[in-house]
Design a binder for this molecule. Structure first.
Ligand code: WT7
Length: 643
């Protein structure tokens, strides 16, 4: 494959950026021409942020899997599409060539059809990081079913909510999953999630750990048995069997947290998402044909969707998929993988880097990292210390680091330097990609035009115009999409992040300005955690804030009022943690729980989180004015009990 749209110099970037703003339609036409369409589009872009209504390549017809698989068969058929590394370093590698991946996807697509799944149906996927997860996702896309992957760290209750919201009729899961030293009983969690659910008709179960599972006649079927029923001689070449999709047909739903208690189902559609993940993959990482790309995210998050599957596969790249965790059996696991598969591009999260830094340099010693060309970071601001360590000890100061800022709602990278093409700068995401038009606004939505004392423009980060990969709606509730993203400021998409901008137009993301926390690069709403804590039998009220955590970026700090302790304080604390784990999942467990007798509230009853945040941060003398509180004395009590 060649990528005529790859920007190889800063001048090329500047020219592309200018054109993308001045004439977006002809800019994106030239790029979209490089894909396989069953029918070309009638109109490149229709948009209106008020409704909101965003359509890219309207009238176009295609199937994204023909772009990720079929079109590579002739030239890359025998090349690895996915290299799979087991949780167990002793287990053999599985190399899935493009030809094999195509075949498996076609076969599993047939399995889905045999089980009554058709275009437009929602399919929830709850699996470990094994190649079958990729087959399942792509098979949905092949037949036009809408996939909704649920991360393995979510509880039965969270899954039940998502099943209800998507009205899914099919689940694809595994008996269990291996993660480090743990075996996670996925099917058993699904069984719990299905209590009381009467919409799900089929559960397809892949055997990974072979732990005993309950299998219900008529509903639960084994993946392996179903695969035996489909012919082994499906077309391995050419088109034909894939469902022809409209450019704006939904491709997937992915749930993400916001400032209310209920996660939203972000909807991405077909053509725009495909073009965007491909364009950003090829340009940000400066991917060269033949390179091996290792994105360490889980496919349960958007990063995995876009940069393990759709971006790299649409570009014909080799994508490494890792089942395990960075610290098992030891903290050298990532470096072993880089060494073993001669990884060119490594894309990971600051939280992983910080955690690995803690193990010192021993786990890196004797690992050959000379294949690395580009390093990437995503999920939260990367602090300078982590950036420097990554640069020095992993990139050996010869690999550009791309600090990629984006969100689940964005489909792909929006602000980042381009590896080796535009300058990098520690803790700065730097420049917008072509097609991305950021603006910093004040609380009233007015563009910030004055610099602060440090010489930066500072404000809330918004986007003035649509890019192909942006969300189109929130599933089942378009009004929620409008109020969450498009109603805060007139005619702007609001990201929820604050940022600084310098004179040259470089951006530095300062973090969320809403009640959303980035914990270990995972997004969690404080309201969601509060709701879960409040479900504990002894809890009267709670307030949750973030506090700086050396590894996770932010930790979860909960202030809780209880009617009494069951056993003692510590046991009650553990019960609350267990409750949260049951309600949301282990990823939302509070790191600290402080029992308090009151919360700082205004006379109108609003909790003053600013005060709680300062105390959690340890800035006890910076809580500011408390005179507007109903009872200023509660603040002293909270300060005294700080953990
Ligand atoms: C939030 C989105 C995008 C995939 C992973 C997270 C924060 C993300 C960066 C970065 C500073 C970042 C933002 C954003 N974030 N990347 N490079 N620098 N902050 O996706 O779960 O939707 O979270 O992650 O606060 O709003 P997500």
């Amino acid at each position: 494959m060649s990528y005529p749209y790859q920007l190889k110099s800063i001048e090329a970037y500047r020219a592309a950026y200018k054109k993308s703003v001045e004439d977006p339609e002809s800019f994106w036409t030239e790029i979209a021409e490089n894909f396989k369409w069953r029918k070309k589009w009638d109109k490149v872009l229709n948009w209106n942020f008020k409704e909101p209504r965003i359509e890219w390549f309207a009238g176009g017809k295609l199937n994204i899997t023909e772009n990720c698989l079929d079109r590579h068969l002739e030239t890359l058929g025998d090349k690895p599409a996915i290299i799979w590394e087991s949780n167990d370093p002793e287990e053999r590698t599985r190399v899935v060539t493009y030809e094999r991946l195509h075949k498996r996807v076609c076969q599993f697509a047939q399995v889905l059809k045999n089980n009554g799944i058709k275009k437009g149906d929602r399919v929830c996927i709850y699996m470990g990081m094994i190649p079958e997860l990729a087959y399942a996702v792509l098979a949905c896309a092949r037949i036009g079913a809408i996939h909704s992957v649920i991360f393995g760290g979510f509880s039965a209750r969270s899954i039940a909510d998502r099943l209800e919201d998507t009205k899914a009729e099919c689940i694809i899961t595994c008996d269990g999953a291996y993660r480090g030293g743990k075996d996670i009983p996925l099917k058993s969690v699904i069984d719990d999630a299905l209590v009381g659910n009467n919409l799900v008709k089929k559960v397809i179960v892949y055997t990974r750990t072979r732990i005993p599972v309950s299998m219900i006649k008529g509903r639960d079927v084994w993946w392996e048995d179903e695969m035996l029923k489909v012919t082994d001689t499906l077309p391995v070449e050419g088109f034909g069997d894939a469902e022809v999709m409209d450019a704006e047909d939904p491709l997937f739903i992915l749930y993400t947290s916001g400032s209310t208690g209920k996660p939203k189902g972000v909807v991405h559609t077909t053509a725009g998402y495909m073009v965007w993940t491909n364009y950003t993959f090829v340009n940000t990482f400066q991917y060269q044909p033949g390179q091996v790309h290792f994105c360490t995210a889980d496919i349960g998050w958007i990063t995995g969707h876009s940069y393990i599957l759709y971006g790299p596969l649409s570009a014909g790249a080799t994508s490494v998929m890792f089942e395990g965790i960075p610290t098992w059996p030891d903290a050298g696991r990532f470096w072993d993988i880089v060494d073993k598969y001669k990884v060119d591009i490594l894309y990971t999260a600051p939280t992983a880097i910080r955690s690995l830094m803690g193990y010192g340099l021993d786990p890196i010693k004797d690992k050959d990292l000379s294949s690395l060309k580009v390093l990437g970071s995503v999920g939260e601001p990367i602090n300078e210390e982590a950036w420097n360590w990554y640069n020095e000890h992993i990139g050996k100061k010869r690999c550009p680091i791309v600090d990629t800022w984006w969100q689940t709602e964005n489909g792909g990278i929006l602000i980042s330097n381009l590896a080796g093409v535009t300058p990098s700068r520690p803790s700065w995401a730097t420049l917008p990609l072509p097609g991305v038009q950021p603006v910093l606004v004040d609380e009233n939505g007015k563009e910030v035009t004055e610099k602060d004392e440090e010489g930066f423009y500072k404000g809330n980060l918004c986007m003035k115009a649509p890019w192909p990969g942006m969300l189109r709606t929130t599933y089942g509730d378009h009004e929620r999409c409008r109020t969450t993203y498009f109603a805060t400021y007139d005619n702007l998409y609001f990201t929820g992040d604050g940022a600084l901008k310098d004179e040259e137009g470089n951006y530095r993301i300062t973090g969320r300005v809403d009640d959303v926390l980035n914990v270990s690069g995972h997004r969690i709403g404080t309201a969601e955690v509060e709701n879960a804590i409040n479900m504990h039998a002894s809890v009267v009220e709670s307030a949750v804030v973030g506090y700086p955590h050396p590894i996770k970026g932010l930790g979860i700090y909960a202030y809780v009022i209880v009617t009494g302790f069951h056993g003692d304080e510590e046991r009650t604390r553990q019960d609350i943690v267990q409750t949260v784990s049951r309600i949301i999942g282990p990823i939302a467990k509070p790191d600290k729980i402080q029992f308090v007798t009151g919360l700082p509230k205004t006379r109108s009853g609003k909790i003053m989180r600013r005060i709680l945040r300062k105390i959690a941060e340890g800035e006890l003398d910076k809580v500011g004015d408390t005179s507007t509180l109903l009872d200023p004395a509660v603040v002293d009590g909270i300060k005294e009990g700080k953990l």
